[in-house]
Design a binder for this molecule. Structure first.
Ligand code: ADP
Ligand code: ADP
Length: 235
């Protein structure tokens, strides 16, 4: 049973000379941990946008095909509806944060989603615990490291209890040790909370270690979709 089903999607940004995605099909089953790799401009972020409803609700362009999230066509529901199922963490967390400290960042999303006052503390606590950053709760976000910011962004999304977490290069700005910690966090989220993870990542070692499946993009096309072992033996 697929939680996300990208069906023959071709997407061209308004004014662009070529397709960002071309005839892409990809079904993600609940509980999977999928890595997405490919060179810059290959369409990875656009795919993340398709899965999280940013395409078509946020980015304008020409879309063919469809993306179903939990069986619902993202074109036929609101972005808010999609975001209740698919949480997305942007590459640039500073562009994602709406508050100046960690507690307010989590609080904002929870209030926005209409979570009741008496339920909020437990939701916050659980999200911070899952990511292992209870100690950062009272910190100003501006004083945190890149790795800590990624964890805050993940916790803020987790507090909203999505079924799927989509992340766009969460380790791009991180050193190797922090990158591994972010992936350990994702493994915990995947295994303990049972949340499906789709992560764009360029580091082959991380994909090999943590993902059950890797999809490779090149020039808007999905060119490989297999276990990390099989994908990376193609060179
Ligand atoms: P087909 O309809 O056969 O799939 P495409 O629409 O993919 O063909 O276009 C073929 C080539 O033309 C691709 O390399 C694509 O990037 C390019 N292309 C598509 N649309 C445009 C456009 N509006 N302007 C310039 N090049 C385009
Ligand atoms: P990747 O994440 O693999 O680097 P993207 O999905 O960001 O690839 O980009 C795929 C293609 O779409 C590229 O040709 C890129 O220039 C183009 N593109 C991405 N975002 C936009 C946008 N907002 N407007 C126009 N073209 C875009």
């Amino acid at each position: 049973n697929s939680i996300i089903e990208v069906k023959d999607v071709t997407f061209t940004y308004s004014g662009a000379q070529r397709h960002a995605l071309e005839r892409v099909s990809l079904a993600v089953a609940e509980g999977e941990f999928v890595g997405v790799i490919g060179p810059s401009g290959a369409g990875k972020s656009t795919l993340a946008g398709v899965m999280s409803g940013a395409v078509p609700h946020h980015f304008t362009g020409e879309l063919y095909g469809a993306c179903l999230v939990d069986g619902k066509d993202t074109c036929e529901v609101t972005l808010t509806d999609v975001s209740r199922l698919v949480g997305s963490v942007l590459q640039d967390t500073d562009a994602q944060f709406v508050a100046s400290n960690v507690r307010d960042e989590l609080l904002f999303g929870l209030e926005n989603f209409g979570v009741t006052r008496d339920e909020i503390p437990a939701r916050m606590q659980q999200a911070l615990e899952t990511v292992g950053i209870e100690d950062l709760c009272d910190r100003e976000i501006a004083t945190l490291s890149g790795g800590q910011k990624q964890k805050v962004a993940i916790a803020a999304i987790l507090a909203l209890r999505p079924r799927v977490l989509v992340l766009d290069e969460p380790t791009a700005a991180l050193d190797p040790a922090s990158s591994t910690l972010v992936f350990e966090t994702l493994r915990e989220v995947n295994r303990s909370a049972g949340i499906t993870v789709v992560v764009i990542e360029q580091k082959v070692a991380l994909l090999s270690e943590y993902c059950s499946r890797v999809v490779v993009f090149e020039q808007g096309k999905l060119i490989f979709d297999d276990t990390p072992r099989k994908v990376f033996s193609h060179g």
